[in-house]
Design a protein around this ligand. Structure first.
Ligand SMILES: [Zn+2]
Length: 270
């Protein structure tokens, strides 16, 4: 049974991955996501079903357009594979191992949005509002569902915890951004990072979102040092922060309890 579930999760993830590829191309260009049908960006040939099978088509065509031979960016394969693999891992962890279907329902769409955000921010230095607002709304919606099912309680008798977490994270990042501007006289994070952080708060809860934020800073710093050491960047050149928030969030989803435990032991709290 669980092998079957995992196979379904993998295939479902691949299909969502190819939808994400379309979003990654169209959202920053403000193209409609319904029309026109998929086409090759080079020769404009309309793609047929056989060209649009996730993962499989890319491999069969060896990463080239069937009609003009133009190289297809490996990003298409990377996005489909990461959506498949993360779907499989999330299903294993939250449905089969932890038996928390609501957590799976929360994290799958959140992680899909994160994948799209990562690749859009890397290329265009923006995080589309559609995606960050989706993560905020989705986190709150699932939280309300948990309250209705009695798995969670309203704060002060009226406030779903996800809303408070979204506000806490949003305000915190605005403050950090403000301090960064005062201290370094330049932009450290953008409005997109603030909205994404609010979405992380809504989906992860403020504790794990905070952990994800610190992981993002850590991974970002290591990546910056690596780039400078390889002489690919100078000090102070712009690196989008969104991709690190995405990586931090995904690590937090899978390893937050272990990391917090490790930290408390390491810092001598237990
Ligand atoms: Zn083509």
């Amino acid at each position: 049974m669980s092998v079957f579930l995992l196979a379904v999760a993998f295939i479902f993830g691949a299909i969502v991955g190819s939808f994400l590829n379309m979003l990654i191309w169209r959202l920053p260009r403000e193209e409609s996501i319904i029309f026109p049908p998929s086409h090759c960006p080079k020769c404009n040939a309309r793609l047929h079903t056989i060209d649009l099978i996730p993962i499989f088509s890319y491999l069969i065509l060896r990463g080239r357009c069937r009609y003009c031979g133009e190289k297809i960016e490996p990003r298409y394969l990377i996005v489909e594979l990461s959506a498949s693999i993360l779907s499989l891992l999330l299903t294993y962890r939250f449905l089969i191992y932890e038996q928390e279907p609501l957590s799976l329902l929360l994290y799958l769409p959140f992680v899909y949005a994160l994948i799209a955000i990562l690749f859009i921010d890397l290329q265009h230095y923006i995080i589309p509002d559609e995606l960050s607002f989706f993560t905020i709304g989705w986190g709150i919606a699932i939280d309300i569902l948990k309250i209705v099912k009695g798995e969670e309680e309203l704060l002060f008798g009226f406030l779903p915890p996800a809303i408070l977490s979204a506000i806490v994270m949003g305000v915190l990042i605005v403050l950090i951004d403000f301090l960064g501007r005062k201290m370094f006289k330049k932009e450290s994070m953008g409005g997109g990072d603030v909205k994404l952080s609010a979405g992380m708060g809504a989906c992860l809860g403020w504790k794990n979102a905070l952990l994800a934020f610190f992981l993002a800073v850590l991974v970002g710093a290591l990546w910056g040092i690596y780039l400078i050491a390889r002489r690919k960047k100078e000090w102070g050149t712009y690196l989008p922060f969104g991709p690190f928030l995405v990586v931090g969030s995904i690590i937090a989803i899978f390893f937050a309890p272990q990391i917090i435990d490790f930290y408390l032991t390491f810092a001598g709290f237990r």
